[in-house]
Design a protein around this ligand. Structure first.
Ligand code: FES
Length: 316
């Protein structure tokens, strides 16, 4: 995968807790499609994935936005406190696991909080295509809803804003919205895990491949270690090694610490990228992607663990 050396051209506070970062390079940047993200290595060595939010027709810049997380594991705090205009950052070329299905006839976009970023890029693309679409934007209040004025003037009636004031019951009624599916409709959701779960649940009868989702980066509480987590062992069948996964580390972290490369994207159990074959042992599956049948022989190593007294034998 190509590596990009990017310059931080401009930093803008788009809300008191969201910092927008405009990144450029010496020449044109690799093209991207709406919904794409880049994996950025921050100055403190941490790697984070950020969705590109600008118009995919632009080739001179990538624009990302980062929410300051209360319980930051180091990424968002560094971006807010240490990143300066003129700094250089290394990133991957754009990767897209959250594509618009352009065969769809109607596109329903649902954003929660900072999850607006890939959907903003999608709305640029869908507008340019003259597509039939609408965007539902959920936020606690206007002050926290990034890009609200821009989206309001660009999208007009296509935009519906749901401000819940912190009370989920006053927010978007996902079940009602998705209870009837328009012909060839696709739904795209990005936001907190709870919103994604609600959309997947409400659209469970929609045809396969019509419900697209991406967890916004930084929904860290959902994947933080639980106080009840215990250490367990994993055996790498092909490498002939046994490793211990301590209570405060994921299988993924232990594999990486031992030099085993595993591709990741969300690190939150929703994208399916870090899937590994599970040869034996009972797992505590904590992902949002595997079916029950898949769970018999596969595991998402970024979030899942072993059930008590189980050793997991992985196809590695
Ligand atoms: S990296 Fe996305 S499920 Fe593990």
């Amino acid at each position: 995968m190509s590596v990009l050396n990017l310059e931080v051209k401009r930093l803008t506070a788009v809300t008191p807790s969201i910092r927008e970062i405009e990144l450029t390079a010496d020449g044109a940047l690799p093209a991207f499609t709406a919904g794409a993200h880049i994996d950025v290595t921050l100055g403190n060595g941490i790697e984070r994935s950020y969705s590109l939010l600008n118009d995919p027709a632009e080739t001179h810049r990538y624009v990302i936005a980062v929410l300051r997380e209360v319980d930051s594991r180091g990424g968002s705090t560094w971006v807010h406190d240490s990143l300066r205009e003129g700094d250089r950052l290394v990133s991957t070329a754009p990767i897209n696991n959250f594509q618009i299905d352009e065969a769809g006839e109607t596109h329903l976009l649902i954003a929660g909080g900072i999850g607006i970023t890939p959907l903003k890029s999608m709305s640029h693309r869908l507008l340019a295509r003259g597509a039939n679409f609408s965007l539902h934007y959920c936020a606690r209040d206007r002050a926290r809803a990034a890009y609200l004025d821009e989206l309001t003037s660009a999208l007009g009636e296509r935009l519906t804003v749901h401000l819940d004031g912190g009370d989920i019951a006053r927010g978007l009624d996902v079940s009602a919205l998705l209870s009837k599916r328009a012909a060839a409709a696709h739904v795209y959701v990005c936001g907190p895990a709870g919103l994604i779960r609600a959309v997947r649940e409400a659209a469970r009868d929609w045809p396969k491949g019509t419900v697209h989702y991406e967890l916004f980066r930084g929904d860290e509480a959902d994947v933080a270690p639980r106080s009840s987590d215990r250490a367990f062992e994993i055996t790498l069948a092909r490498a002939g090694k046994t490793l211990t996964v301590p209570p405060d580390k994921s299988i993924l972290e232990v594999l990486r610490a031992n030099g085993i490369k595993i591709k990741t994207l969300c690190k939150e159990g929703v994208c399916g990228t870090c899937r590994v074959g599970l040869l034996s042992g009972k797992a505590d599956h904590r992902d949002e992607v595997l079916t029950d049948a898949q769970r018999e022989h596969e595991i998402q190593v970024c979030v899942s663990r072993a059930l008590p007294d189980e050793t997991l034998v992985l196809d590695l």
